[in-house]
Design a protein around this ligand. Structure first.
Ligand code: SF4
Length: 229
């Protein structure tokens, strides 16, 4: 028997989400991938490195890494110790080195050295989950995709345009109410808003969608709480 997952209703009516996202895009018109890359393989490798690390730090180590291992074949054959030295400053370098070599080895063995172009194939690669696959599809392959990271989870839930802490469920809810062609940019925008404004301690007075936000900071006086609901 197929068990249906319970439906999660966002707090905002679905029709409001495109308008909220439009306002956020105007606040962050340059929202885009912050990792630097020249092809899908580089973005895949950089995204694996960015786990538990800032994009700025990954961008610092990436040039030497891409020079030493320009493609899947060279990375698959890399000496693990030498690879670890290059990526040490990104943290968790041993497991990241293993993941990156494993990813490269399966790209070589199963995809003739070329990064596969479907989500289903991408997530079979070592170290590649749905979020990483969506980053690569959206930014390196021109295929609209909605990467959901901790910033997207936090901002979307506070705004009330999605509900839940399961990235796949939040991805489903956002994709259901936004035009497909805008998915990647919507994710970029929510991520940038989460980094700059809607931080764990949010800067609501700098937020372009404050009047439409479902989040009520715990310190908000009761009178304001009534008007925001
Ligand atoms: S109003 Fe505050 S909580 Fe709501 S999205 Fe803006 S910064 Fe985040």
């Amino acid at each position: 028997m197929v068990r249906r997952r319970p439906t999660v209703r966002p707090a905002q009516p679905a029709a409001k989400t495109p308008r909220i996202m439009g306002n956020l895009r105007r606040q962050h018109p340059k929202a885009d991938a912050e990792l630097r890359f020249e092809n899908a393989f580089q973005l895949l490798a950089a995204t694996i490195l960015s786990a538990q690390c800032t994009d700025e730090r990954v961008n610092e180590v990436a040039p030497a890494l891409f020079t030493a291992y320009p493609d899947a074949a060279s990375l698959a054959a890399a000496d693990e110790g030498a690879l670890e030295v290059l990526i040490k400053s990104t943290g968790f370098y041993r497991s990241k080195a293993r993941s990156r070599r494993g990813m490269a080895a399966s790209v070589v063995a199963d995809h003739a050295g070329t990064v596969p172009q479907s989500r289903d194939a991408l997530i079979t690669l070592s170290g590649v989950g749905r979020k990483t696959a969506n980053v690569v599809l959206g930014h390196a392959m021109g295929e609209p995709a909605m990467p959901v990271d901790r910033h997207v989870l936090r901002v979307a839930n506070r705004l009330g345009i999605a509900r839940g802490d399961d990235p796949e469920r939040v991805e489903e809810q956002l994709c259901a109410v936004l035009p497909r062609r805008g998915w990647t940019r919507a994710s970029d925008t929510l991520i940038l808003h989460g980094r700059r404004v809607c931080k764990p301690k949010p800067l609501c007075d700098r937020c372009s969608v404050q009047q439409e936000c479902a989040f009520i900071p715990p310190s908000t006086p009761p009178t304001k709480r009534r008007t925001r609901r």
